[in-house]
Design a protein around this ligand. Sequence first.
Ligand SMILES: Nc1ncnc2c1ncn2[C@@H]1O[C@H](COP(=O)(O)OP(=O)(O)OP(=O)(O)O)[C@@H](O)[C@H]1O
Length: 343
Amino acid sequence: MKLIQVEELTKNFRQAVKSPGLAGAVKHLFTQSYREKLAVDRISFSIEEGEAVAYVGPNGAGKSTTIKMLTGILTPTTGSIVVDGLVPYQQRTRNAKTIGAVFGQRSQLWYDIPIIESFSLIKDIYEVPSDVYKRNMDRFTEMLGLAEFLNLPTRKLSLGQRMRADLAAALLHNPKIIYLDEPTIGLDISVKVKIRQFIKELNKEQGTTIVLTTHDLEDIEDICRRLIIIDHGRILYDGSLQAVKDSFARERTFHVQLKEEAPQLAHIIRQHPEMILEEQQGRQLSIRFDRLRFTAGEILALVMQYGEIIDFRIDEPRIEQVIRKLYDGELELNQQLMGAYNR
Ligand SMILES: Nc1ncnc2c1ncn2[C@@H]1O[C@H](COP(=O)(O)OP(=O)(O)OP(=O)(O)O)[C@@H](O)[C@H]1O
């Protein structure tokens, strides 16, 4: 079932233009001039119930503007949005019961009151039945390690604690969809891992639909199968993360540690037109190859001809490198790649 349906969605902002300096500010008071900024430009996509979708793009691409329209905070200039049968900006209150939202940069919790009391207020606002509230509180407390700070006010929490509390708060009413805008920004790696694990389980076990905006591409690899890339307000790519990896991340690096130095092996790889000896330090070698040209087994067999292997490892390129290239226009995406999700 399609839970989110977006068609030809556009948002045009009117931005005030000021000349620099005091004279410019005074002039602006009397003769204001504006320019149009097309933040989102005729985008269309749909999201099925239970999907986990990463919505990514460089700074200023139009991600937050899209999320704000999906959550009902902003009204589109043109186009349509339907979320679980509702038009978010027209039916904000009903839409709010279907969705949860976490904005990494700011908290929705009350600043001065203990977290547990914020939760209790949210329970009342969303009319969460007591048994559901208790079950969720028990689960979130355990999974997100909330117990140590439930009685502290938001202002006393570290960023990682605040983010965990915000996640729990956004989910107390069991929303069908959760929008996460930079949920791991500024967090140390152990908290990031905990939060990713939590989101993954939420998606898998509860079937909660996830729409994730992030600059941290490890979040994407961990949580999402589908990727929507937006730039200059237009969708560049909508399809599976794996398809992008398969097409653009073909290189593999075989790192091997030998029992003894093997100069002959190094020589053969250097001479080979389709392999690259990326590094050689004594008994350690790194060989780069195209996985469509060679299998890892073939590389292994070659190395074994010239030396005894103590240890080896094969690295894939990080999706981060691929996506940067997509942003920079160095990679071209074709329709075939996008096919799977665009029907
Ligand atoms: N309220 C607003 N008024 C005028 N222009 C805006 C407004 N909000 C966003 N914009 C402009 O719209 C464009 C898209 O902004 P948006 O915040 O959606 O980008 P983003 O992809 O979320 O970027 P980031 O990753 O930096 O958060 C930017 O050029 C931004 O300056």
